[in-house]
Write a protein that binds this ligand. Sequence first.
Ligand code: GDP
Length: 196
Amino acid sequence: INFQPTSFLISAADIRQLPADTGVEIAFAGRSNAGKSSALNTLTRQKSLARTSKTPGRTQLINVFEVSPERRLIDLPGYGYAKVPIAVKEKWQMALSEYLQRRESLRGLVLLMDIRHPYRDVDQELLYWAAESGIPVLILLTKADKLKPGIRKSTLLKAREAAMVFGGEVTVEVFSSLTKIGLSELEDHLTHWFTQ
Ligand code: GDP
């Protein structure tokens, strides 16, 4: 699949405002600052398709992109802001788990984690929910250019071992928007999910 023609479709304030649950969609999730927007822009060869709000207090939107008719990429709001009130965090986590459980068109979840600090709390919860819901997950260890090749490799192997704890179908790859390492693996994985 060519991801370059991807275009912005809509922003949704919550799960209920998403487009009709038809076709195939793939969701992108991660802690804020994990490199999710950069990865979406790298994938689609666009400079500013996905943008992040660095303002914790602001309402966070779900951005929906269309690769082609009935093929969507869902950019879920980044989580992990220390300043967000617990009530807001809990509400969002409930919505997220409901989305993973109920969304018929959802065929895969791309979970982005900074290679220097993977498997933080909400990352782990997401992995459990995805496993429970039978949603396959592709973990991208982002900003892989920050580590030397040897350490990168050992971190990847450790992360693959750690992924097994959660059960479910989990693949782990390294990724860098800077060097494009892992880009072809990401494209292959998404193409597989979209066309299977
Ligand atoms: P988001 O909050 O998950 O959407 O993260 P962004 O894509 O906005 O990236 C957060 C920060 O990490 C920005 O300063 C990016 O320039 C930086 N960043 C993102 N991807 C990479 C990468 O592959 N390598 C490096 N070195 N920095 C990156």
